[in-house]
Design a protein around this ligand. Structure first.
Ligand code: KIV
Length: 296
């Protein structure tokens, strides 16, 4: 086969695959109904995997929602990704509310979950309820996510009791990084694994509508997903769970120097953006930009 024929065949296959993928996306399948906590449980029941990504601002949230992602997490990873902090601990309730509001303006279909930041629910369950109400009222988000099991179960019960849906988060819990001292895989030993399973059941019994499991052995995550009736969404927890979540800036390749095994990069936006900005700088310096058609 000639080189030109090979590349024509490659292009045809590429566009067929692209079309297939486009048709699989929620926004083109005709199912533009708002995703609810109830629909996520139905998805688990019929074995449909749940897609979840973080977003922190209006522009990215619009793209993520338009591409058919089921759940958007306004993660406290905004502390790292947006503010450049080393951990998630410094982000405040006001800052989470700002990110939550910005995301909500861009979303039509996805369920939007906002992380309750460190310090907003651990000290006192009643404080937790007051802060949860504030976040829900001021952002208009659909649900909240809290890290922890037994230690914070009172706050979780009361928040759910006050009418707010809660997503749990076990395994690696970045708000406890100072206790662990490392971002390594959690629950590798029997004692921690058994506690995690007990906590997962506690969260389901308390009324959580879903659970995130971060960076734990795949077999343990599989066990939890099969024992719970609520959807289990994994990040670094293998494929035998009910859905996957990634940090949007990581999967788009905007961040550099962070490459855990679980992270699949779907683009290299760091290079794309650096090249585009470098070209802009060169065009300004050489007076190529703006040209006659780019002025009034
Ligand atoms: O804040 C965050 O981005 C998260 C995900 C890693 C699940 O909690």
């Amino acid at each position: 086969m000639l080189e030109s024929e090979k590349s024509a065949t490659f292009a045809a296959d590429f566009y067929k695959l692209k079309e297939k993928n486009r048709n699989m996306a929620g926004y083109l399948s005709g199912d533009s109904r708002k995703v609810t906590t109830h629909r996520l449980i139905e998805m688990k029941q019929r074995g449909e995997k749940i897609s979840m990504l973080t977003s922190y601002d209006y522009t990215i949230a619009q793209i993520v929602d338009g591409a058919g992602v089921d759940v958007i997490l306004v993660g406290d990873s905004a502390s790292n990704v947006m503010a450049g902090n080393v951990t998630t601990l410094p982000i405040t309730i006001d800052q989470m509310i700002y990110h939550g509001k910005s995301v909500m303006r861009g979303v039509k279909r996805a369920l939007v979950v906002v992380d309750m930041p460190f310090g907003s629910y651990q000290a006192d369950p009643f404080d937790g309820v007051r802060n949860a109400i504030r976040i829900m009222k001021e952002t208009g988000a659909d649900a909240l996510k809290l890290e922890g099991g037994e230690e914070v179960i009172d706050a979780i019960r009361r928040i759910i009791g006050a009418g707010m849906p809660v997503m749990g988060h076990l395994g690696l819990m970045p708000q406890s990084i100072n206790k662990y001292g490392t971002y390594g895989v959690r629950a590798k030993g029997d004692a921690e694994a058994e506690k995690l399973v007990r906590d997962a059941h506690l969260l389901e019994e308390a009324g959580c509508f879903a659970l995130v499991l971060e960076k734990i052995p795949a077999d343990l995550a599989k066990r939890v997903a099969s024992e719970l009736t609520i959807p289990v969404i994994g990040i670094g927890a293998g494929g035998a769970v009910d859905g996957q979540v990634l940090v949007v800036a990581d999967m788009l390749g905007m961040t550099k120097g962070f490459s855990p095994r679980f992270l699949r990069r779907y683009a290299d936006l760091h290079t794309v953006m650096t090249d585009a900005i470098g070209q802009y700088v060169a065009d300004v310096k050489s007076s190529d930009f703006p040209n006659e058609s780019e002025q009034y």
